[in-house]
Design a protein around this ligand. Sequence first.
Ligand code: F6R
Length: 634
Amino acid sequence: MLLLHYYLPQKLIKDNQKMCGIVGYLGKQNAAGILLEGLKRLEYRGYDSSGLAVFEDGNLIVTRRVGRVKELVAAVKKAPSQSSLGICHTRWATHGVVTEQNAHPQLSSDGKITLVHNGVIENYNTIQKFLISKGYTFSSETDTEVLCNLIAYHYAKEKEPKEGSRFAQSVRKAILHVEGTYGLAVLCADCPNEMVGARHGSPLILGVGREEILLASDVAALVSRTPEVVYLNDGEVVQIVGTDFTISTLDSEDIKPIINTVDWDISEGELGDFDHFMLKEIFEQPEALENAMRGRFSLDQSTAKFGGLNLTPQDLRQVDRILLCACGTAWHACLTIEFLIEKYARIPVEVEYASEFRYRNAPLDKNTLVMVVSQSGETIDTLAALQESKRKGYTTLAITNTVGSTIARESDGGIYQHAGPEIGVASTKAFTSQLMIGAMLALFLGRLRDMSFNDGSELVTGLKKIPDLVREITQHCAQIKSIAKKYTKKQDFLFLGRLSMFPIALEGALKLKEISYIHAEGYPAAEMKHGPIALVSEECPSVFFATEPDTLAKVVSNMQEVKARKGQIIVVRSANCPLPEGLADDEVIIPECHQAATPILASIPVQLLSYYIAVERGCDVDKPRNLAKSVTVE
Ligand code: F6R
C-alpha cells in the first residue's frame, strides 16, 4: 500500500513549477503534423522546451528539444512517423534547469507509460521515494516523471478488469495519491488505440472532431480541427478509445459530456501582415472595443446591459461594496475600474492582488460583490481568489476574455470581453477591452442608482466614439516609432500620471519592462517627490500623462520638477491640455473624449512606445524572456 505524506518542504522542490501547453491526438491522420501545428498555437503558454511522443510499432517514441517549438519541428522532420496517436507539450519552467531530460513527454522507466503534464505535483518527493524502493529509476528532475512512474507502477499491478480499461484504471489509481494540480494526456505502450486525460486545477479541453479526438490545455490548439469541445472539470478522467470517448469521475462514475461549439475565427490566431502578435493586437483594439460594446447598450434607458450577470437589479442595488481581484495587467485594469465605479456609481471599491487576497482572510460583509478580472480565465491565483470568495458565500462575477475558461465556469455570473484571442504575451487589447467593460459596468451600476438619464446618455455616446478615436491614434504609429528610437538605449524610465492615469502609468511601466527589459516604474505624478525623483537624471526619462484640464497645472509643475533635474520628458496629452512651450521633449496628442474613456486612449501610445523600443533593442516581443501568457501555477 502506498503511504503518502502530504507535506513537501519547499527546498526540495526542484523543477515542479511550470505553465505549459499540451496537445493530444487520436484519429485517422498523421498525428505528428497535427500535434505540432496545435503546439505552435500554444507556444505563448511556455517556450523553454518542447517534446512529442508517438506510438510506433508497439513502442512509445519520445522526441524532446530545448528551445522553441521550431527546434522540435526540425527534429521530428528528420525522423517522420506514421503514427495516428500522439501527445506533445511546450514547457515554461520557473525552477530547475531547462534540459531535454526535464522536457515532456516523460517516459516511465519501464517504457510502458508516457505523459505530458501541466501543473504541479506537490507530494512528488514522498511518491518518488516509494517508487525508488520498488525499483523505478528517474532520469529527470521533474515531478512529472514521478507521476509517470506512479501510473506505470499501478499499471503493472492492475489486473485486466472485467469492464473498462486497465490503463485508464491505473491513471485513476495513481492520481488518487497525488496532491497538487494537473492537466494530463497519457499514452500506454500496450494500448495503440487509446489515450487517457485527467484534470485537476489545470485546464484540459477535449476536441471532438470527425473521426478524431484531441485533448489540449487551450482551445487555440483545437479550433483548426474542430469547433466542438468539452471542457473537462476538476476530478474528471477522459478515456479515448478510437474515435469514442467516455468521461468519468475518479470513482469511475460516468459523466454525460456537454459539447460546446466554440465561435473562433481561425485567422484571428494568425499573424497576417504584422511582424508580431503584439502589434497586430494593438491594431485590433478598435474591433475589440466594438465587440465589448456590441448589443450591450439600451439607448432608451441610457444604460448598459449585460446578459450573464445572473443578478437582478434589486440584488445589485443591495451591493454596498465591490472587491476587484486580479493579477498583472488585469490588476491595473481593476484600478481603473475602481476609479470609474466609485466616480459614476458611487459604490466603494477595493482592489486586491488575487495572490494576496486568497491568503489574507480580509473581512467582507454579505453585501460585498467579488469580481475577478482575467484575460485567460485560467490564472491560478485569480481562480483561487474566486474559489475562496465562493467558499465564504460571496456572490462572484468574472470579467474574462476566454469563453468556457475555468474562471468563467466557476463564477456565479460574468461578462465576456469578446476581444478575440490574445496571443502576444504582453496584454494589450484585452487590457483596453477590460477598461471598456469597466466603464460600461460603471454606467450600468450608476444608472441603477443616482446617475441621471442625461449623464448616462452622454457616457453612452462618449464610449461609442472610442473605437474610431483609437484607430486615429494608431494611424500616428510612425511618429511614436520615431520617438521610441530616441530612447532605445535608456535603462530606466518613470511613468507618471494622476487619478485615472495612475493605473495607465503602472501599465505603461509594466509593458516597457516586460518586453524590452528596461527598468521602469509607475507612480502617481505627485508621489514622485516622495522618492522616485531621486532617479531622475539625463539617463532616466519620464513619461507623463496630461489628460485632464482639472489637474493639468499640477502635472505641469511635476514636469517642471523633472525638467529642472535634466530629466527628458515624453508626454501623452489630450488635445485640450496645452503645455508650456519647450517643456516636453516629445509629445503624443490623443483626441479629446469622455473622461471615462481617457484611460483607453492614453494606453495606446504607451503600448506602441514599448513595442517599438523593444523591437529596436532586438527583443523577442511576443515571447519575452522568463514570461508565459497563462500563469497556471502559484
Ligand atoms: C502582462 C500580462 C500579465 C497578465 C497576468 C494576468 O502584459 O499579460 O500581467 O495580465 O498574468 O493574466 P490573466 O488576465 O490571464 O489572468
